[in-house]
Design a protein. Sequence first.
Length: 170
Amino acid sequence: MKPSRKIDGCPQSISKNASKEAAHRKSNSDWSDFSDEFECDSLMEGILPSLQVRMAHSRKLFLPPTDIIEMEMEYCIRIEIAGLRTGQYTLEWKGYDLKIHGYREETPSPAPSRYHQFEILYGAFERIIRMPQNVDQHNTKAQYQDGILEITVPKSNSGKTIQIPVISED
């Protein structure tokens, strides 16, 4: 595995296999609510990438590539949304769903032009990521740099067993 550097808790460099394993691995207790939508999207992207592009064009909403990495104290979510400025995307919590949506303007082509390959998706995009219940939503942080939106979601202590001391009058 490549050495990693951390910014806001997220590793900056990890191997493709490690990120895919981390994104697809379900821990026994914390990640049991992992979204079937993400698993289906990942399967489609891995098996039939050109079909996924055609499907995105037909539904007028595309799914930006996303990595989800679970670490000891937090989750790191990376979304590739190059070419956007502040205000062109929004992050919001709705229950335990983290919703990232926005709009990428199409870059005008010089006229006359003829496409030989058309893979960059434009228009509306959305990712809804079902997070486990052990997250601290109020301390979620996000950073956008070099086309990657990096979201750090700390884990909370809720759900962990905490010993309660009993005071007696003896």
